[in-house]
Design a protein around this ligand. Structure first.
Ligand SMILES: Cc1ncc(C[n+]2csc(CCOP(=O)(O)OP(=O)(O)O)c2C)c(N)n1
Ligand SMILES: [Mg+2]
Length: 649
């Protein structure tokens, strides 16, 4: 009898776990297990299903015993041993999705983690993480529990009811934030759902959150699954090549250009195209600017690297962008931060070449689209521009603006200390201390802008910025995922007090797992970033300070909140340092580096000492009518700035 007729009786959840443990990815001949484990928090919606299945597949569990094996084509025999999926207990479901996304990003999307939750609030807690993963185009597999498919005891605890349909649950909310969404109402549906989930997760163009909603009764239902479903499966991550005629056209555009520019995005790093990019620009002399996700694409130092572009870009990058007549966009979504809200490129006849594995991105800004893998496209474009080099005048201008920018960064790092430490000085101290392969992690607040401008990324995986969703709460959870993906690197998270207070509890998970991360917590009593933004739109920082309600004014302008962030971090199990000077910060950093435990260094920083913007703008609308003169002034400035916004058609 053929092997395909062989069947094995498993619950749907056992089958899911067994399938996941067998999935592998391969690129350029390197192969790895796709799932590095399963994060989860159990409740009635998954404890008896996925929970039982994860428990059973431990080496000492009963998954390897005969009872589950029932072959329709012969006598029962024991299931051969299979690699176990390690289970990790998180504190919050949102956090575990951030951890999975960071893990996937650090692995250049070749690996990820799965996340299991109960029904209702456990499930919806994952929504923010799902949106973040999908926006950042990193794979995460979400397995929220769902209400009974049989509907027998409905409404169950935590069930959302509708008077219009019984085919509704809170998990429908995952549809717009998932690249693939399915609800498994019969156990055999996973036979077609799981391969689809894997196809999307491993597609560089389509990847993001994949959600399989698993009704709690179906999770525990048994079915005779074909054993072929559980064989090892390798998903090859292809390197699609661009259309040949369009490559020729691109080469012509490059040869005809006087002031070209490469915008390097996250796609360069995901595709491991950093060497290809260096070869391409070394040959042509074209300068490179980097998006937040692309920072490190051309590691520092390099004579053609001008640093971050856009709203948080360097002066060097933004001036070159302003005058560029040709922009090669490699692996970027061209978000408003990158394009300075479509004001970054002012050359009257500027053209774009869009190198991207996703058509959606390759066609943006009416670009000549080179739809394909960044490395493959750059490698094929290089011989087509052989012998071409930018002018000596261009090279001189790039040299001069690079040196001027380096001097500006040194000036900011070396600025004298005032009563409080400046955030930029902490960044400078870290820059000086960290090894090139050490990783910094960040996501929201004023830090991303400062880091994008100042940080010199000396390795493509050393700058881990979540700036697609810029989600406060990503920082510590994400840092955990980075360290899990790269245990040999030192990993540091820079986090503001606002983000820290939104989600600090994954320190406990780090301690639980013995995972060493170092958290640099910059305390400026609230939201320096949004406070500054509020001032710029005429609202004076309203509602952005951490202060007590003042009985005299009725406003939040009383005493500072008596928060002891260091005590808070210490109570979660971390080693903690409080530092008030740059010297003591450096000492704490050395001590934290020497300690194997998760470390938190708390630094009060000057809220008002900001790194300025350089030749850039960000479109945040200002009230069109207001009695406030400050708002009226801000509106006038806004209208003037907006005139520079362009459509590229
Ligand atoms: C989940 C979430 N809520 C709100 C925002 C909007 N937001 C961006 S930065 C910020 C303040 C961050 O404060 P903190 O972490 O202390 O950093 P700081 O601005 O002080 O540097 C807020 C509220 C966000 N990015 N994410
Ligand atoms: Mg703050």
């Amino acid at each position: 009898m053929s092997a395909s007729a062989s069947r094995v009786r498993l619950t749907m959840a056992q089958a899911v776990v067994r399938f996941l443990s067998q999935q592998r990815t391969a690129r350029d001949g390197r192969e790895q297990a796709f799932f590095g484990g399963v994060f989860g928090i159990f409740g009635h919606g998954n404890v008896a299903g996925i929970g039982e299945a994860l428990h059973a597949q431990r080496p000492d569990g009963h998954a390897q015993a005969a009872p589950y094996e029932s072959r329709t084509d012969g006598p029962a025999r024991a299931v051969p041993s299979e690699p176990a999926l390690r289970y990790y207990l998180a504190r919050n479901e949102q956090a575990m999705v951030h951890t999975a996304a960071a893990y996937a990003k650090m692995h250049n999307r070749l690996r990820t983690l799965a996340c299991t939750s109960s029904i209702g609030p456990g499930a919806t807690n994952m929504l923010t993480g799902a949106a973040g993963a999908t926006i950042n185009r990193v794979p995460v597999l979400l397995l929220p529990g769902d209400i009974f498919a049989s509907r027998r005891p409905a409404p169950v605890l935590q069930q959302l009811e509708s008077s219009q349909s019984q085919d509704v649950s809170v998990n429908d909310c995952f549809k717009p934030v998932s690249r693939y969404w399915d609800r498994i109402n019969r156990p055999e549906q996973i036979i077609t759902a799981l391969p689809e989930a894997m196809r999307v997760l491993t597609s560089p163009a389509e990847t993001g959150a994949v959600t399989l909603a698993l009704p709690q009764d179906v999770q525990v239902e048994a079915y005779d699954y074909p054993t072929a479903l559980f064989g090892p499966r390798v998903w090859t991550i292809a390197r699609p090549r661009a259309d040949r005629d369009r490559l020729q056209e691109a080469a012509q555009l490059i040869r005809a250009s006087w002031r070209p520019l490469v915008v390097a995005g996250g796609g360069v790093i995901y595709s491991e195209a950093t060497d290809a990019l260096r070869r391409f620009v070394d040959a042509t002399g074209i300068a490179v600017v980097e998006t937040q996700a692309g920072k490190g694409a051309l590691p520092d130092p390099h004579p053609l690297s001008l640093g971050g572009i856009g709203a948080t870009g360097t002066r060097a990058a933004n001036l070159l962008a302003r005058d560029a007549d040709l922009v090669l966009v490699v692996g970027s979504r061209l978000s408003d931060f990158t394009t300075a809200s479509k004001t970054a490129f002012q050359h009257e006849a500027v053209r774009f070449i869009g190198i991207n594995v996703a058509e959606l991105d390759a066609f943006k800004h009416a670009a000549l689209p080179l739809v394909g893998d960044a490395r493959a496209v750059l490698d094929e474009l290089l011989p087509l521009v052989a012998g071409h080099h930018v002018s000596a005048e261009y090279t001189e201008a790039v040299d001069a603006s690079q040196s001027a920018w380096r001097a500006e960064v040194d000036r900011i790092y070396d600025s004298p200390q005032s009563a409080l430490i400046k955030q930029a000085q902490i960044i400078g101290a870290l820059q000086e201390t960290l090894a090139p392969t050490d990783v910094i992690v960040c996501a929201a607040g004023s830090l991303p802008g400062d880091l994008h401008k100042l940080w010199r990324a000396r390795d493509p995986k050393s700058y881990h910025m979540e700036y697609g969703y810029s989600c406060m709460a990503y920082e510590i959870a994400g840092c955990l995922g980075v360290k899990m993906a790269a245990p040999d690197r030192n990993v540091y998270v820079l986090v503001g007090d606002g983000s820290y207070l939104m989600m600090a509890q994954e320190i406990v998970t780090a301690v639980q797992e013995g995972i060493k991360i170092t958290i640099v917590l910059l305390d400026n009593n609230g939201f320096a970033s949004i406070g500054g933004l509020s001032e710029s739109v005429g609202s004076g920082g309203f509602g952005t300070h951490y202060r007590q309600r003042n009985p005299a004014t009725g406003e939040l302008d009383g005493d500072l909140l008596p928060i002891d962030l260091a005590a808070n971090a210490g109570s979660l199990g971390a080693r903690v340092w409080r530092t008030y000077t740059l010297a003591s910060f450096r000492e704490a950093l050395a001590a934290a580096n020497a300690d194997a435990r998760t470390a938190v260094i708390v630094v009060p920083v000057d809220r008002d000492a900001r790194v300025s913007g350089y030749e850039s703008w960000w479109d945040v609308p200002v009230a069109e009518v207001s009695t406030s003169e400050e708002v009226q002034r801000a509106r006038a400035a806004y209208e003037a700035a907006r005139r520079k916004e362009r459509h590229f058609l």
